[in-house]
Ligand binder design. Sequence first.
Ligand code: SF4
Length: 206
Amino acid sequence: MSGLAFLNDGVLDLNAVGSLDELRGLALACRRCGLRAGCSGVVFGEGNPKARLMLIGEGPGADEDRLGRPFVGRAGQLLDQMLAAIKLERFAHTYIANVVKCRPPGNRAPTFDEARACLPWLVKQILLVSPRIIILLGSTALKNLIDPRASITVMRGQWLTSKSGIKIMPTYHPAALLRDVRKKRPVWEDLQKVRDMYMSLASAGS
Ligand code: SF4
């Protein structure tokens, strides 16, 4: 692995990384937190590298860990259906990544320190994909990207805007819908807002 990304103090410096392929190569060798010791491998992310819409989840589960791809288990299948319902297809229209790229044991939520260690990879992914819209799927994505005190129940369905102008929509994680079908309606409402924003940006050519 190139020493490019790691400064002597362990801080991750990704300024010189110019492509998702290069970033993936570096991330696959990452050992910045203890999660890597307990998983099969780093699940980097996938999709259209120039997608207008990016989706950010929590972390890989058992199926994702086994296959090395994000959102491929039951929650992933539901996510594909949710996207299809708003006439979007994951590989054509979205790029999908997680807050942490290694599976937390027992599918627990990542700790604050694990998420902090992994966040530079995600931030660089966002910079390289340069989406116009981001959907934050669930509490872990909301807390680690927006505000550690934020509640997904309170914040879902409300547009946020990043300093660089990215429109951000928090909503429930598909796994939460599998546990509680009452969350399907609010997620459907959130996705309709995303679809409208997506179409509006697309028709404006941005
Ligand atoms: S979870 Fe992220 S920071 Fe931790 S080892 Fe995996 S890629 Fe590195």
